[in-house]
Design a protein around this ligand. Structure first.
Ligand code: AMP
Ligand code: ZN
Length: 482
């Protein structure tokens, strides 16, 4: 596939330069993107899911634009938090991590996150990690100290270029903690000497395990090369994680690590960021049970990826109501006998163009969803007309709706299936008596057949009281819950 020439240039907000820049990949049509993946000591929560959905959308859109994307998202399976969780639960840390990787993959599939090209694990990359640390020590950017190895921040003058932190202020505020073997407070661990009962690997500095940041430097270099296109993660990773990755990678290779840094805003719950350490998380699998993949994705995508997003049951219900409208519109399209899609009129502005323009502007999914809403509004207007011209247009709109949905990872279900499932969930939640509803529907239908429209109307009102809306279709009356 070639890069589509009809595309407006894609502009990306680069955290490094703090402005939107035209996206120019290093080796078009190939793109390398690295996204810091989960630390696998617990179930993935919807805060994490927001960040992963944002990058899923970025990858999908870049593929749609014709690029060949190599997408790397790692698993941090060696880490303090994993070791602590394993000690609490009396489990081997690597077994605990493997269990959570499996759970993550199930949940990610449930949210329709595309599988990355590669999902490398720290535990399987000790050779590459140790080699990178060795180079850093050889070059004088790192030093060994009592079985630990530290990156020397003062040896790397460009430190803090990404986070724009004031180093002298930071130095004034930091102390070397008891038990740490660093020369200076800002130095950070590349390798940690083994402690009893912890997983460890042999190294030139003795048994130990890597510090957190070095894994991403080693694995991105292995799979994407020393310089690649996009590096992403949640906003909390800018400092220290990405700052440290940047220093390690660039000190090793002498080359830029990546061309564009992208960071996703936080998902907040009740005014606080959703995080495992604060304990205010909602697991992705729980959210998928409470609602569904479309509604959750719609909720994430309805706000620009860089802005903060507040979680509430109401916002999720609003998202589901929009998705319901989309699926109903798709169902209407399926019910009409549409002609084959004609070739689009030359130069005619289409929803697809508006969608591409929105997405090319730093992945403005809020604007992209507004385009999809407009498209479905037109579907519903034209659907009432049913003349040849309207049907020809509807045929084009159906194709465009499907295409836009695919790029956003939305509307992939058969409409009737999604709508029926939602109806069943609402029936259960509202404790409705379906046989009573069906009896009323039957009486209404009978009244209509007998042309007793006054009685049919009374029955329709009665149904409305229990939240049931009746629609008369060519197949007979159909009902939905509102
Ligand atoms: P972790 O498993 O904690 O390493 O996090 C995995 C990814 O989720 C990282 O990119 C984090 O920045 C991101 N993340 C964590 N909490 C949130 C949140 N509340 N909102 C958005 N992204 C988050
Ligand atoms: Zn990382």
């Amino acid at each position: 596939m070639t890069v589509s020439t009809s595309m407006t240039p894609i502009r990306i907000f680069n955290t490094m330069t703090q402005r939107k820049e035209v996206f120019e990949p290093l080796r078009a049509p190939h793109i390398g993107i690295y996204v810091c993946g989960p630390t696998v000591y617990d179930l993935v929560h919807i805060g994490n899911a927001r960040t992963f959905t944002a990058f899923d959308m970025v990858v999908r859109f870049l593929m749609f634009a014709g690029y060949e994307v190599t997408y790397i998202r790692n698993y941090t399976d060696v880490d303090d938090k994993i070791i602590q969780a394993a000690q609490r639960q009396g489990e081997n840390p690597l077994v605990l991590a493997a269990r959570h990787i499996e759970a993550f993959e199930e949940d990610a599939a449930g949210l329709r996150l595309l599988a990355p090209s590669m999902a490398p694990k720290v535990s399987e990359h000790m050779g590459e990690i140790i080699e990178m640390i060795r180079v850093l020590v050889d070059k004088g950017f790192a030093y060994a100290s009592a079985g630990d190895v530290y990156f020397s921040v003062s040896s790397y003058p460009a430190y803090a270029a990404l986070s724009k932190r004031d180093l002298s202020e930071m130095r004034a505020g930091e102390r070397v903690a008891v038990g740490e073997q660093k020369r200076e407070p800002l130095d950070f661990a590349l390798w940690k000497a083994a402690k009893p009962g912890e997983p460890s690997w042999p190294s030139p500095w003795g048994e130990g395990r890597p510090g957190w940041h070095i894994e991403c430097s080693a694995m991105s270099a292995k799979y994407l090369g020393e310089t690649f296109d996009i590096h992403g993660g949640g906003g909390d990773l800018v400092f220290p994680h990405h700052e440290n990755e940047l220093a390690q990678s660039q000190a090793t290779s002498g080359k830029p690590l990546c061309r564009y840094w992208m960071h996703c805003g936080f998902l907040d719950l009740a005014g606080a960021k959703m995080s495992k350490s604060l304990g205010n998380t909602i697991a992705l699998r729980e959210a998928l049970l409470r609602t569904d993949a479309d509604s959750l994705r719609y909720f994430f995508l309805s706000t620009h990826y860089r802005n903060p997003l507040k979680f509430s049951d109401k916002s999720l219900a609003d998202a589901q109501a929009r998705v319901c409208y989309f699926y109903e519109s798709l169902q209407l399209l399926e019910e009409l006998s549409l002609p084959p899609t004609p070739p689009e009129a030359e130069g005619e502005a289409t929803y697809l163009d508006a969608f591409k323009a929105a997405m090319s502007d730093d992945f403005n999914t809020a604007a992209a969803l507004a385009v999809l809403s407009e498209l479905f509004n037109e579907v519903n207007q034209l659907g009432r007309k049913q003349n040849a011209k309207a049907l020809a247009k509807l045929s084009i709109l159906q194709v465009q709706a499907r295409e836009i949905g695919r790029v956003l990872g939305l509307l992939e279900e058969v409409p009737a299936q999604w709508l029926n499932r939602r109806r069943d969930t609402l029936i259960a939640a509202r404790e409705l008596d379906v046989s009573h509803i069906e009896a009323l529907l039957e009486q209404r239908q009978k009244a209509r057949e007998e042309r007793d429209f006054a009685r049919a109307d009374v029955l329709r009102k009665e149904l409305e009281k229990v939240g049931v809306e009746v629609r008369d279709t060519p197949r007979g009356p159909e009902w939905k819950l509102v």
